[in-house]
Design a protein around this ligand. Sequence first.
Ligand SMILES: NC(=O)c1ccc[n+]([C@@H]2O[C@H](COP(=O)([O-])OP(=O)(O)OC[C@H]3O[C@@H](n4cnc5c(N)ncnc54)[C@H](O)[C@@H]3O)[C@@H](O)[C@H]2O)c1
Length: 278
Amino acid sequence: MYPDLQGKVAIITGAGRRKGLGEAMARRLAAEGCKVVLSDLGAAQGEQMPESAIGTRSELEQIAAEISSAGGEAHAAVCNVLQESDVAALVAAAVKQFGRLDIMVNNAGIGYLMRPIVATEQSNWDAVLGVNLRGVFLGIKHAAIQMIKQGQGGRIINVGSQASKSGFPFAAAYVSSKHGVVGLTRTAAIELGPHKINVNTICPNHITTGLGAWQNEYFSAATGRSQEQYLADMRARIPLGRPGLQDDIAKACAFLASDQATYITGEAMNVSGGEEYH
Ligand SMILES: NC(=O)c1ccc[n+]([C@@H]2O[C@H](COP(=O)([O-])OP(=O)(O)OC[C@H]3O[C@@H](n4cnc5c(N)ncnc54)[C@H](O)[C@@H]3O)[C@@H](O)[C@H]2O)c1
């Protein structure tokens, strides 16, 4: 669909969990002809994230292998986006494997640890802000260093949220981190524009990924509704009448990575069926 993406090299963080947005964006970019580096945490680190909530090394490698056996070019690399040395090594791995870096998708995020403010521990706050905001900062920084060195521009695509635009109860850390991603995107767009590096954020509404399924369970219980009622209420708020799909985000990602989006930067683009419009 976007011939200019053929042969471009893309990194996608948080791409090792099945049904996740990272997996969908990696598969879509590969289908467009990009050489993709999928990365994820690989194993739980610390108590804040259970093993069930993370993309394991074997899942990550399987997804990359499936892309390769379908005719794409994919490489898997473990990276904890909280660690600057890991992020720098991830960019270096992409360059070693495929010779350059054109597209950086900062998707890794955590939406667990949702609590009322009065019950939120400092460690919860730090964990969410760390991955969702510091992780995106480090991804922008190290992608930009490489892209500036190459001198041919590039695309940085961050994954924000509906929570980048609106407040939600029980989600202070998440909402703050995702609002922060928008400020970071705008600032990076200004700094990196002279290098022809476009920086944008995609703001999805609800999508039933592994994280999304957990959120359905958590928020329906927290608001005293059955999951069916919670989802029916959600559909009723969305002008297009359905929650988002992984593919909706993958399509937006491919568009922002393509030449069709050459003059778009600093945007926080809603992909929400009309639920968010500011
Ligand atoms: N699903 C939704 O409804 C929704 C809506 C809006 C925004 N988002 C955002 O989309 C992104 C992807 O979420 P998803 O729904 O696909 O969830 P997901 O849980 O399937 O994917 C998130 C991935 O991030 C990885 N990750 C977590 N901590 C990491 C770390 N320190 N280093 C590297 N990787 C790490 C996890 O292992 C996981 O594979 C997140 O940034 C999330 O906040 C999701």
